[in-house]
Design a protein around this ligand. Sequence first.
Ligand code: MEZ
Length: 567
Amino acid sequence: SSFLSGVHKKNQVTCADCHGKSLAVDDSETALNKNCKGCHGGFADLAAKTKEHINPHNSHLGETNCTACHKGHAASKAYCNYCHSFAMKIPAMGTEKESTDKKWVQESAPGKKDLKSNRVESTDVVVIGAGGSGYVASITAHDAGARVILLEKMPITGGNSMLAAGGINAARTRYQERLGMHDDPAEMVKETMKGGRDKNDPELVKVLAYKSADAVDFLVSLGADMTDLVRSGGVAVDRTHRPVGGAAVGPHLIKVYRENAAKRNLDVRVNSEVVQILSDGKGRVTGVQVKGKHSGVYTINAKAVIDTAGGFAANNELVGSYKPQFRETASSNQPGATGEGMFLAEKAGAKLIDMEQIQIHPTMGGDTKVLVSETVRGSGAILVNHAGKRFVNELTTRDKASAAILAQPEKSAFLVLGESIRKSNVQIDGYITLGLVQQADSIAALAAKMGVPADALTATVTAYNKAFEAKKDPEFQRQDIPRPVDGPKYYAIWVKPGRHHTMGGVKINTEAQVIGKDGNPVTGFYAAGEVTGGVHGWNRLGGNAITDTVVFGRIAGSNAASFIKKE
Ligand code: MEZ
């Protein structure tokens, strides 16, 4: 018990109380987490008891392992603080060890760091990375009859998809048709290519667009709600589907995926980092080596491998090596988005493309790592500079909007909105809770809080509201003004551009097969999502990332399952 912290020490908790009689600990710490909940209650109970202003038991990360934050033998550390800076007291569990270093380092159990074990497992399909693409590929392969192991190096699943605020772009869906909207996958192809500066692989873009409506139906079949529609930058119709009320798409989808994985009894392992993709030296992959937090390094032989390990926008050094000017800019990404999945694939024969194409999102909240969703602009908000004036079409593509903000002397701007916009997008209440939003009863009072000239801001809002009435924006040709900036309350959010998405990665074909350096598919090797390059060209449209994860995740899962059947 001398190793125990906080309440465990006080109450003289025994080893078996936490670890179970066998004292065995798997990498996902399954028994431990079950026993935590047995004593302390589930997330809902704890959320009801939590007195913090920010409630970590009711967050966008959903229901995760307790051990992601709480440690039995050491001080607890709030996982949230890899991205945020919440002053969080963790009662009776030891004091949080707050570190200014927010870099993610995978934990190993003491003494197990690089230990190689003789453990060898076999499966049909191994999937690397439990973000959106990984879950979709795993569920699809499982439903097609394959035995699947889904590996995640972080202590929680969800990847960057968990943070996705916007929605999923899809053309000609039943939800668009229900609202009498006309959309066409051919338009989605055109706009995605134009947004990507025509550097995308057009064949991949066609698959993305023409399978997008099916992707939405697939999500709905799993239990997701995609009924609300909003417009994203660079698109001429409301094509971004999201849950009712404008709720963030990512936490909703990851909850749905986790529930579907549990229902299927899928083998999902956290704290399990792939350190090598194995290959037979003759152009086919044969499995992976995994470093488990408790297991040490072990082998999984697999007939097919799907790489869904995500991008690298959270990796300062790697971003800096491609784009030195972005090295220290804030990143909206989860701390595990560090790109290893691309280089593991490269070592196993994959070709990497477009690695230097790194997307800068225009609106991160001030000096934080919180992304202020493009849907806030899609709902009607305007961008104004420190002189109180609009300076760009808010619904242009991200590369252009970010460049326009960075061209301002302060390299930052404000989102300005009114009551009807706030009410249409529930995420804005989240930004209020996080302290990112200034509020006032008049435009002049808001201007004073923002530190911009009141007469200029008043003139800007008046002109914009006139454009709303006239359905025409003579100043910036904004295509869609769904709401005016109206009272009784007015809101402003200080924003700066930040790193958001890496467009490059593993080259794939339309069958989600990984393409090797010789131009041929690597046998048994598939990839989907942000780990791949080619779908988004040199600039991704808002809402196309989730489409990518679902469309290509499904293709990878289904093709891997067909491949193993032929073996
Ligand atoms: O697709 C995205 O990255 C997206 C819609 C982000 C956002 O601004 O919400």
